[in-house]
Ligand binder design. Structure first.
Ligand SMILES: [Zn+2]
Length: 237
C-alpha cells in the first residue's frame, strides 16, 4: 500500500512539473534583459504570462525541440519566421523560437512605422533571446528533458537577483551590421542554438541538470545577443 501511495505521489509530482512554465524562470529572464541593458527589463518574463491565455499561439514561440538533432542553420532559422504565433500542432510540433526572435523584431519595425507603441514587441524578443540559451529548449522533449526541465529552468533562480555580475562577466561583443541585420542575427541565433543543443546532449548523456557555472555561461550568450539587438535599435529609442 505504501508503495502504491509513493507511486501515485511520483505521478502527481511529474504532472506538476510537466505543467510548469517551460522557460528560464522569471527572475532569470529579467536579469538577462537587465544585464543586456534593456530599459524595460521588468517585462522580460511577460511572454510566459501570455502563455496561460494565448495557449498554443504563444507556446511554440519559446522552444525548438529539434527532433532530428540537426545542425541549426541560417536557413532553418529563417524558415521558422513565418511560423511565429502559429499553433499548428501537426505541422509545427517542434516549435520555432529561432524564427520568433526575428519575427518579433519585424513586428516591432512594423508597429514603429505605423506610429503605434512598439516596445512590447522588443520585450517579447528579449524573452525569446533568453529562451534561446536554455539547452533543453534546443533538444528533443524526451524523457530526459521532461525529468530535468524544471530543475534546469530554475538552476540560478534563487540567487540571481544579486548575481547579475555573473552574467555580465560572461558577456562578449556581438556585431550585427546595419546593412545585413537579419542575416547577421540569424547567423548568431544559429551559433548559440548549436552551442546550446550540444550542451543539452552532454547533460543528457550525464543525466543531470546544468551547473550554475554552465548556466551563467548560457545566460551570457543570451545577454550578449540581446545587447547587440538593442544597440541596433538604439538610434530609434
Ligand atoms: Zn519562454
Amino acid at each position: 500500500m505504501k508503495r502504491l501511495f509513493f507511486k501515485i505521489l511520483i505521478v502527481f509530482a511529474l504532472l506538476f512539473f510537466a505543467a510548469q512554465a517551460w522557460a528560464w524562470h522569471d527572475k532569470t529572464h529579467l536579469m538577462i534583459a537587465k544585464a543586456a541593458g534593456r530599459t524595460s527589463w521588468y517585462n522580460a518574463a511577460g511572454p510566459d504570462l501570455a502563455k496561460i491565455k494565448a495557449g498554443n499561439i504563444e507556446e511554440y514561440n519559446h522552444w525548438y525541440n529539434n527532433n532530428a538533432e540537426a545542425e541549426v542553420t541560417v536557413r532553418m532559422v529563417m524558415d521558422q519566421v513565418g511560423r511565429y504565433n502559429q499553433r499548428n500542432k501537426l505541422m509545427d510540433s517542434e516549435g520555432h523560437v529561432y524564427g520568433a526572435i526575428i519575427a518579433s523584431l519585424r513586428a516591432y519595425d512594423k508597429t514603429v512605422q505605423s506610429g503605434k507603441y512598439a516596445e512590447y514587441h522588443l520585450d517579447y524578443c528579449a524573452h525569446y533571446i533568453g529562451d534561446l540559451s536554455q539547452p533543453l529548449h534546443n533538444v528533443p522533449y524526451d524523457d530526459y528533458n521532461k525529468t530535468w526541465h524544471s530543475a534546469t529552468d530554475g538552476v540560478v533562480e534563487n540567487t540571481i537577483w544579486n548575481e547579475m555580475d555573473k552574467i555580465t562577466a560572461q558577456m562578449y561583443e556581438i556585431r550585427l551590421s546595419a546593412e545585413d541585420f537579419e542575416a547577421d542575427l540569424a547567423r548568431e541565433i544559429a551559433r548559440i542554438a548549436n552551442l546550446s543543443r550540444r550542451l543539452g546532449y552532454r547533460l543528457r548523456a550525464e543525466n543531470r541538470t546544468l551547473t550554475k557555472e554552465e548556466a551563467f555561461g548560457q545566460l551570457g550568450h543570451s545577454a550578449s545577443l540581446l545587447k547587440a539587438v538593442l544597440v541596433h535599435y538604439q538610434p530609434r529609442r
